[in-house]
Design a binder for this molecule. Sequence first.
Ligand code: TXE
Length: 496
Amino acid sequence: METLELFIDGKFVPAKSGDEREIEYPANGQIHIRAAEAGKEDAKAAIASARKEFDTGNWTKTTYAQRGEILRKVANRLIAERDEIGRMESMDTGKTYAEGKADVDDVASVFNYYADMAYADGGRVVEPSMDGISSKIVHEPVGVCALIMPWNYPLLQASWKVAPALLAGNTIIMKPSELTPSTTHYLTKILIEEGVEPGAVQLLLGSGAEVGPVLTESPDVDMVSFTGGLVTGRSIMASAAGTVKRVALELGGKNPNVIFADADMEAAIDNALTGIFLDSGQVCSAGSRLIVEESIKDEVVNELVKRAANIKMGASFDEGVETGPLISKEHREKVMAYVDRAIEQGAKVLVGGEIPEGELAEGYFYPPTILGECTRDMDCVHDESFGPVLTVETFSGDTDEEKEANALEIANDTYYGLAGAVWTSNAGRAERMARAMRHGTIWINDYHPYVAPAEWGGMKQSGNGRELGPTGLAEYQEIKHIWHNTKPAPAGWFKN
Ligand code: TXE
C-alpha cells in the first residue's frame, strides 16, 4: 500500500520518526492508503526551508505575471486530472464521486481566478502634491505562511489559501487534516511540476496537535491561515499572539435559513434540503438552523421530513447515491451526542436520528435528521453539529415589521456569523433582511453557491479575515509605502 510522504526542503521524505498513519475510507472503515506522520522536527525543518527560500531563494524574485502563469498551469492540470483527483477526494472523505469531481472544478476556478488577478492587482500611486516627491504603495508578500486545512473540503480549502498565498510571492507550509492528506499531497506534486520553486512549498501531514504549535509559535512563520473548528481556532490565535503573527481564521457557523410565507415554496424547500444535507451537513455554511414563518411551518417541515427520509446514503462510487458517510467514527459520536443532548433538552426527532443497519453499518453513516420543537434556550440551535442535522424554529408577528424583526432576532442570535439565507418574494424585505443579518455571506432565494471573485468569511466567532476575491489576496500581502524624494534637500528643522 502506498505511503504518502512529506515534502520538505524540495524533496518527498518520510517522517524523521518513521511514523505513519492509516487513512480510512469512511464508507466502510477500510484503510486505503498510508501517510507519513510529521513530528516537531519535521515541522522545524519545513519552517527552516520555507524561511530560507523566502529570505534568499528565487521565488520572491519572480514576478506576479510569472506566478500567475504557474497558477494557470496548475488549474489546467487539475482540470485534466479531475476524475483521478476527485476519486482521491472521495476515498479520503467518503463524499460521493460526483461531489469529489465537482470540488476539483471549483478548485481549478480558484487557481484560474488568482491567475487572472496577477494582472489586476497593482499597487497605487499616492499624490502628495509636493515637488519632487514620488509616493507609492506596493504590495509585498507577508513571508512564510502556515496553511492549516480541515477534512470536509480538503483540496478546496487548500486552494483558497494556496493560490493567493503563492500569487503574492509567499512561501507556504501546508498542513491538511490528518484524515484527508491525499489531494493536498497530489497538489504539492502538481505545484512543483508546474514551476513553483521547490523551497516555496512544504507539506506536513499528520496531527495538528503535534505540529500545529511549532508552526504557530515560531518567529520564522509570519502568518497562519486556518480553517477548522472554533476550539482549535481559539488556541491557534492565542499561540500566534506570542509572535504577533498575522492570523486568518474560518471557524464554521450555525447558519440561519429564514423562510417567509411569501417565498417560492418549491424552491425554498428543495434548497433547505440541499442547504443542510449536502455533504452530510459537514459544510461550514450548512443551513443547519431553519427559521420558518409559523403559518407555513407544517407545510415546509412535513415536506422536508418526507424528502429527508428518501435521501439515498451510500458509498461514493455506487450508482444513485446522493450523500455519503460522516468523516470518522469519532465525528459521528460527536453528532450523536449533539442529538442526544437536543432530545434531553426537549427537541423531538422528526426523521433520522438512528444509525443505519445492514450494508451501511460498516461505514460512518448518519441519516438526514430533523429536530422539531426547538427553542432558543437549547444548545442544538446555537452549537454547530457539523452533521446532517436540521433544527426547526418559527417566527410570527401581527404586522410585516413584526415578522421581520422577530425573524431577524432569531437569525442573529448566534455567536457564529458565517452565512445565512432569506427566502421571500418581497424584494424590499429581502434587502432589509440581508443587510441586517450579521453573517459574512447572505443568499437571497438561494443556498450555498459561491464564486471565486466573491469574498468568503465570517463575522463574530466564525473567524476573521476573508478568503477569495481581492481581499483573499490582500490577506497574504504586506502593504508598503515608498516615499522617494527626487530633489533631496536638508530638512532644516535643527538650526545648529
Ligand atoms: O477540527 P480541527 P476537527 C468544526 C466542526 C467540527 C469541529 C472539530 O464543528 O466538529 O470543527 O473538527 C489541525 N494547532 N469544523 O477536530 O481540530 C488539524 O490537524 C494547529 C469546521 O476535525 O479544527 C486539521 O488540519 N492546527 C470546519 C485542522 O486543524 C491544529 C471544518 C482542523 O482540525 C491544531 C472542520 C493545533 N493545536 C471542522 N489542532 C470549517 N470551518 O469548515 C488541530 N489542528
